[in-house]
Design a protein around this ligand. Structure first.
Ligand SMILES: [Zn+2]
Length: 425
């Protein structure tokens, strides 16, 4: 059985945007065909090639055991990388099969881009700001996406993040590009709304988000010739993840080099080396996943807490006005850190706190890691256990209340890391 991508079109769309779309026919789909699209603002040209759609559907097809045919020209370099992409995903995750991938034409046509553009994904977080500042001499375009981590329904969050994008672009003399897309609902096999494919028993987006992001940039061939993926995991900390230095460059074509730095420092190092000297970054830093109305960062969730620890270690927490509350060490002691990549993050921060002589902070991190017993940590652990039991029996609409009670990291992270990911090779 084969999923087929055809009728790729570029047209002018709403709000002076340019739209790249395709018709997709999938075996066993609830609809005869569906049409994923990407709408770009801030660019003058898109190319009706199949590269973006190959990147979008390869990994979902591997899990659904469907071959993939792109009825359009596809980059020869990208097609040649498909076996290695498949091997990498199959080495990391359980349940993915090798499939056949074909295209109407394998081409090596090259654009002459004048002047050559370099893009960087931008969401306003530490990884984005670090990558952008590190490459500020060459980056020309900042790329913000609506429809992936920011959903199309989250208008307030979109406007806020869009405002940060514009400030960053203005301050650094770069061009802001936005991409709005409906593609996630057609590739997120973990969601019931996906109209085709085999259901994935976890967060499929963790596997497929990197290729999703790459697909948005592949639509920009002819405008940019290089794309920097912000690094999220240091390669020394092996962690299967949809965006990874071993995977992201494989989505490159003759016209677009995709780069994911393999030597970036950890979160504290990123803040110390780039953000600490950039008022525009510190004044507009946004990492929070809670999206509380009127707040760029809630200062309470795990990601806010972890970032505030790094800002404190880098000596600039008081220069980051988007974190208006003080770092709550009692909350940190109560934190339950699951035995996955988060654990490695906190072990590293513990070492840094000890080296900096910040004993108060080091003691709180030790408690969160469970190195020694504290009543705060025991209570936090009990709340997590009760909370995760409640999550499994209560209606989904009550989940936000349970999560508020249970604390910032729920136990499904552990389930995913033990059941779906293969052991280190
Ligand atoms: Zn937060």
């Amino acid at each position: 059985m084969t999923l087929t991508v055809s009728d790729i079109q570029v047209r002018a769309a709403e709000g002076e945007s340019l739209e790249l779309s395709a018709r997709v026919s999938a075996p066993g789909a609830r609809r005869e065909s569906f049409r994923p699209w990407f709408r770009y603002t801030g660019v003058e040209t898109l190319t009706p090639w199949g590269d973006a759609f190959l990147a979008l559907f390869l990994i979902p097809c591997m899990y659904s055991r469907e071959n993939l045919h792109i009825d359009a020209p596809v980059s020869k370099r990208l097609l040649a990388a498909v076996p290695r992409i498949q091997q990498t995903i199959r080495n990391w995750y359980k349940g993915f099969s090798e499939i056949e991938v074909s295209a109407a034409e394998a081409h090596e046509r090259e654009f002459a881009i004048d002047p050559p553009g370099t893009a960087c994904f931008f969401s306003g977080g530490v990884d984005s700001w670090y990558t952008l500042l590190k490459h500020r001499q060459t980056v020309t375009h900042l790329l913000l996406i609506r429809g992936f981590d920011i959903t199309r329904e989250e208008s307030d969050l979109w406007e806020t993040t869009r405002g940060i994008l514009d400030k960053a672009a203005d301050a650094l003399g770069m061009r802001a590009v936005t991409v709005t897309t409906n593609a996630k609902k057609y590739i997120d096999l973990g969601k019931k709304a996906c109209p085709w494919g085999r259901r994935y028993p976890g967060r499929f987006w963790r596997v497929a988000h990197g290729s999703g992001f790459a697909s948005t940039a592949l639509g920009l061939q002819g405008t940019i010739e290089r794309l920097h993926f912000p690094s999220s995991v240091h390669p020394s900390l092996f962690y299967p993840f949809g965006s990874h230095p071993d995977l992201d460059p494989l989505w490159s074509t003759e016209n677009l080099d995709i780069v994911h730095a393999a030597d970036d420092p950890n979160r504290t190092g990123k803040i110390r080396s780039q953000l600490a000297d950039s008022p525009v970054a510190l004044e507009n830093l946004r990492v929070c996943l809670e999206n509380r109305p009127g707040k760029l960062n809630c200062c309470r969730c795990e990601k806010c807490g972890r970032t505030m620890v790094s800002l404190r270690l880098a000596g600039v927490l008081d220069k980051a006005p988007t974190f208006p509350e003080p770092l709550d060490l009692r909350r940190l002691r109560r934190l339950y850190v699951p035995p996955d990549i988060h654990y490695a993050f906190y072990v590293e921060m513990l070492r840094e706190a000890r080296e900096a002589g910040d004993e108060e902070l080091a003691d709180a991190i030790e408690s969160a890691l469970g190195y020694r017993f504290t009543l705060d940590h025991a209570l936090g652990l009990a709340r997590q256990t009760i909370g995760s039991a409640m999550l499994s029996i209560l209606p989904a609409r009550l989940a936000p209340f349970v999560k508020r009670f249970a604390g910032p990291i729920s136990r499904d992270v552990i389930a995913e890391s033990t059941h779906l990911v293969k052991k280190r090779q």
